[in-house]
Design a protein around this ligand. Structure first.
Ligand code: GLU
Length: 305
């Protein structure tokens, strides 16, 4: 069998594997479970809450609900069920906690999928009120948007095929095709710190994963959280290798000048960590990828400006 045919056969097999893993479990194994509704916390709506100093909150009040930006293809974090359109995952739970704390029933949230490269624009042009989707807080982005949090600390890692023996960490990427998302911090780190690697970028990580399964790329790089979710879907095909090699503190993106909203979200994150909602939500979502709930990082309530 020549290589092209082998690749085609593998592509067909792996997409079958992905399909069956998603639908009903692979080769008799139990299905990979998503969040179970009965395990998730119920967020009490903070009725009567007012935030008149926040233009974002005021327009949500007029509208009657929040519009929240999220990811739709990141297992355990932000995933949209193609059949029902329902979003689930840790980031989605964080978005719901925030809505309830700020006085809006989380059931009323309108989620919009926004890719990594489009987050700043979506917040700047008012397409969304806030964004919860594996969004790393950093100084460059703070010039364009505000960040509440962090609510979780992730780290960059690598996803490869299970039969890969050459790549065990970023030091092994010389001459390798490494896929990541446009506009992401992991892509930038590969470009800047591993100049011998051969990076390629797509809008989403799920396209990278398809390309990894069909032998178009050698590795996918982004946060460990995201990669562990893909590996959990097809553990016979994919593995996460090595230690994490960056700090990716996840924040909630808000319009840059809406400090009232940012501080209210900081308060809400803290309150939900204290009352146990954060841990319960983690255990029912990202915790399913096998990592026990860590101590959440301290909130960085940086001054208005
Ligand atoms: N946390 C990284 C970032 O914000 C990677 C994940 C993502 O692209 O959402 O760029």
């Amino acid at each position: 069998m020549n290589r092209t045919i082998a690749a085609l056969v593998l592509a067909a097999l792996t997409s079958l594997a992905l399909l069956s893993a998603a639908a009903c479990g692979k080769e008799g194994s139990p299905p990979v479970k998503g969040p179970q509704p009965e395990q998730l916390p119920r967020y009490e709506v903070n009725r009567g809450f007012e935030l008149p100093d926040s233009p974002t909150w005021r327009s949500a009040k007029d509208r009657g609900h929040f519009v929240v930006g999220a990811k739709e293809d990141q297992p355990f974090l932000g995933e949209k069920d193609p059949a029902t359109g329902v979003y689930s995952g840790l980031d989605i739970e964080i978005a719901k906690m925030m809505s309830a704390s700020l006085g809006f029933d989380p059931k009323t949230i309108e989620f919009k999928t926004i890719a990594s490269a489009n987050r700043e624009t979506a917040l700047q042009n008012g397409q969304i009120d806030y964004y919860v989707g594996t969004y790393t807080i950093n100084d460059l982005r703070k010039k364009q948007v505000g960040f509440a949090g962090p609510y979780y600390m992730a780290g960059q890692s690598l996803l490869v095929r299970t039969d890969e023996t050459d790549i065990e960490g970023p030091q092994d990427l010389d001459g390798k095709i490494v896929c990541s998302a446009a506009g992401s911090t992991p892509l930038q780190r590969i470009q800047e710190e591993y100049p011998e690697a051969d990076p390629v970028a797509y809008d989403t990580y799920s396209v990278c994963v398809d390309n990894l399964l069909t032998l178009q790329v050698d590795a996918v790089t982004t946060d460990d959280t995201i990669l562990l979710g893909y590996a959990a879907k097809v553990p016979d095909e994919l593995k996460v290798v090595g230690e994490t090699f960056s700090d990716e503190p996840y924040g909630i993106g808000v319009p840059r000048n809406d400090n009232a909203l940012r501080f209210a979200l900081d308060d809400a994150i803290e309150a939900n960590q204290k009352n146990g909602n954060w841990k319960k939500a983690y255990d029912a979502t990202l915790g399913l990828s096998g990592k026990p709930a860590p101590e959440p990082p301290p909130i960085d309530r940086y001054p208005a400006g």
